[in-house]
Design a protein around this ligand. Sequence first.
Ligand code: KIV
Length: 276
Amino acid sequence: MFQKKKQNSKRKRVTVLTLRAMKAQKQPIVMLTAYDASFARQLEVAGIDVVLVGDSLGMVVQGHSNTLPVTLEHMVYHTASVARGVSATMLVADLPFMTDRDLSHALEAAKRLVGEAGAAMVKVEGGAAHVLTIIEGLIARGIPVCAHLGLTPQSIHKLGGFRLQGRELEAAERVLTEARAVEDAGADILVIEGIPASLGERISQALAIPVIGIGAGPHCDGQVLVLHDMLGITHGKAPGFSKNFLLGHDSVTAAIEAYAADVRSGTFPGPEHYSR
Ligand code: KIV
């Protein structure tokens, strides 16, 4: 069924080149998570640019309190499911906890997520030296990379909870330095999560690669949300930077289309969805 629908899609496939061109043309990039083929299909129909199979599935699908229990097997299963629902939408998959402990484990995980499950890019959290080595190693082997800085959920215990990062001057400079470092290592795009809008703006301006924000203010090159948060069906409390787009819309597709339209028009995120 999904195979047949794929052939009907008229949209051109989104690639790293598309995302780079969108940044150059100041066209906001719309990214959203999904974890199965049916919801992925809704994203495809709604014209979302990038679908992220995030390890947030540990929280919103599996019901854990953080992303740490998610395994590579889980990621491969959900990434392969999402791949059956999309054709033009670019598919990014998270490297789950500890698959980024060194380059060889990261390459093994990327081989499965890209080669077996169908991802076009993998996402890795943090800006530590070993992560830079991993980014360089993946890029050298032709695997596109999305970096992830700021509030990095796999470091939740070190961060002391899901809290805003980069608020103090020194911490903000550290995130900016890491952002430059992941770009220099070859990352194709960067997700910045849970930082003040002013820092989100500085990073987006300083980097040539597209910068996608989540709780990082309105000045990023694009926005990403967790699907369950933006549909108001999150297991537990949704973060304050999210918005329930199903309110006032009569279908999941309409809610996702409204999210895409609001990101593209600059209406989302509004001042109530970020810190200054
Ligand atoms: O796992 C995830 O869904 C993510 C997004 C919050 C960016 O990393």
